[in-house]
Every structure is written in C-alpha cells, then in structure tokens.
Design a protein around this ligand. Structure first.
Ligand SMILES: [Zn+2]
Length: 324
C-alpha cells in the first residue's frame, strides 16, 4: 500500500503530529481519489513499530505484517456488511451491531501499547441507530483511540457526529498531475478517462481498464437520432444495471450542462452528438429524468427485470430528447 503523490503532504503533516492527533478524523472528498487507501495507510503508519523518518509505515515489522494480513489486534475496519444469504452482495448500510461491538474493543487495553484505530467506511452508510451509537462513544472518547471516518458525502452524516470530529478535505491532483500519474500506470491517453471520471485519478484508472466497447456502443445508441428503446433494452439486459445507469447519468449530466453553460464534463469526445441531442431536449423534463435516474441507481442492486427496466428508462429518455 502506498501514499499517492497528491496525498503525501497531508500524510506527512498528520504523522508529524502523531502524538497529538484528535480522537476522530473525517476524511471527506470526492470518490475515486484514494481516500480509503489513505485512511488505511495512515492507520498502518500509526501502528507501525519502526516507521520511516517521514513517519510512514516500514512494511517490514511485526505490526505491519499483521496489518497487511488484516490481523492487527488494535485495528478494526467497519464497512457495510456482506449479505451471505444473497450471493455475497454487500448491503449498503452499516447497522448498529458492529458499532456497538466497539465498546468491548475500546475497553480493552491495547495489545501493542500504541494507538487503537477504528476505520469506518463509507461513514455515510451508517443508519441512524448506528450513528447515534457512535455519537455516544465520540462524546466520551476512550484514551489513545483514533476514529477515522471516510466519506464522499459528508452532508449525509449527522451534524452532531460531524461536530465531534476533525474534518479534513482530502486533496486530489491537478489535471496535469493526474495525467502524469495515469501515464505511469501505463495509460497512454489518459485525458478522456480523467474527464469522464471528473478528474478523480483512481476512478479514471478503473475506467481505462474497463472494456470500453460496451459503453461506446451504449452511448452511440442513445446519441443516435433513430434510437430504438426495445433494441437497446435487448442488447444491454445482461450488462450490470448500475453500469448502464451510470453511463446514462453521465450522458444526461452532459446534456444539461451543455444546455446551461456550454460545458461538457464526461464525454468531450462526443461533443457533436451532445450538442445535437441537447438542442432537441426539454430541459425541465431532463432535470426530472435525472432525479429519476438517481433513485433508480439506489435500487439497482435489487432484483428487477433488467430488460423492462432499461426499456422504460430509454422510452422516457427518448420522449424528452425528441421534444422539439
Ligand atoms: Zn512497520
């Protein structure tokens, strides 16, 4: 595990004050910029028993080896639980049980006489009882304990939880730095991927590694003047639904953004098509449709008839983009 170049300054600053850190940090910032990796690296570095001069973990001591294997006794990571009854799919909520079980963990003396660290990711996934249980712990923080909450949606956290934590806005790279980093990773033409990922480098790397032929086919279809909803539903019914919805969300974002500001964020390579479709689009209906897509994204993990679902979406989309 490494610290990304755009995070180094913040990492070193935190590690310089390792003895006087607040008892709870919130790492907030956009998705795909490496917040979770940073949180893990910070935790490992604080638990490491022979850190480098800059404070980062040595990756060689007993504590680092435990950490790398998920076995460090003074570290807990809390994420939405995996629902074993349903093909291992992750649920999207953090419930009260894992938060409650922290009481036992924080009441024990630490095994290695250093920090005890609890990482919660994504912190906005805590439901209300879980957040209230955490709040109780934060109100009477146990000694030598650090909570690290990671979130891309800090406004979904309880204000009372926010106010008990020290919030840090996570850095992300300038476009040129992001491009240089992606080139180092072997991506020869990083600019369009960075644009599509909203300049989040890890998200761009994921996009670049995906098979883009499916996505291009989909965009080609919905940008076409002879769009056939039934054919699109037929062709993409086996594609992961959240992926199809994400493409459509980004496309609609570009249609709206082009209409209002002339800017295209995700698909600058398709500006001609976006311009043509945007000109025929009912903007109010588009805004309504975008809200519908957000709702749909939230339930896309639930079993639905994908073919009918896509067909209905594309029918609505076609109606609003052929309004003029
Ligand atoms: Zn170490």
């Amino acid at each position: 595990m490494i610290t990304y170049p755009w995070q180094k300054e913040l990492m070193e600053k935190l590690l310089r004050s390792r003895e006087t850190l607040p008892h709870a940090l919130i790492l907030k910032g956009r998705s795909g910029t490496g917040k979770l990796d940073f949180a893990n690296r910070l935790a490992q570095s604080l638990l490491c028993e022979s850190p480098h001069e800059n404070g980062e973990a040595c990756d060689a001591c007993q504590a680092c080896s435990w950490f790398a294997n998920g076995l460090h006794p003074d570290f807990r990571s809390i994420e939405p639980e995996i629902d074993v009854s349903d093909s291992g799919r992750k649920s999207n909520r953090i419930t009260i049980d894992p938060i409650r079980s922290l009481a036992e963990f924080t009441n024990m003396t630490t095994h290695r006489n250093g920090y005890r660290i609890i990482l919660i990711h994504p912190a906005d996934a805590m439901n209300l009882p879980a957040a209230n249980a955490l709040l109780k712990t934060l109100e009477e923080p146990p000694g030598k304990t650090l909570f690290i909450l990671v979130t891309a949606r800090p406004n979904q956290l309880l204000p009372t939880v926010m106010s008990r934590c020290h919030a840090l806005a996570m850095p992300f790279p300038k476009p040129v730095e992001g491009e240089a980093w992606l080139r180092e990773k072997g991506i020869t033409n990083p600019a369009p991927f960075l644009a599509e990922a909203g300049h989040a480098p890890l998200a761009a790397l994921e996009l670049a590694s995906e098979d883009s032929s499916l996505k291009n086919r989909f965009l080609n279809e919905i940008g076409s003047s002879s769009l056939d909803p039934i054919a699109v539903a037929e062709a993409f019914q086996k594609t992961e639904l959240s992926l199809v919805l994400r493409w459509l969300q980004k496309w609609c974002h570009d249609l709206a953004s082009f209409a209002f500001s002339g800017k295209i964020r995700y698909f600058p390579d398709l500006s001609d098509r976006i311009r043509a479709v945007s000109a025929k689009t009912d903007k109010i209906e588009l805004a309504r449709f975008q809200r519908k897509l957000c709702d749909a994204q939230r339930v896309s993990g639930h079993p639905v008839n994908a073919r009918l679902f896509i067909e209905e979406m594309i029918l609505t989309y076609r109606a609003l983009t052929e309004s003029k």
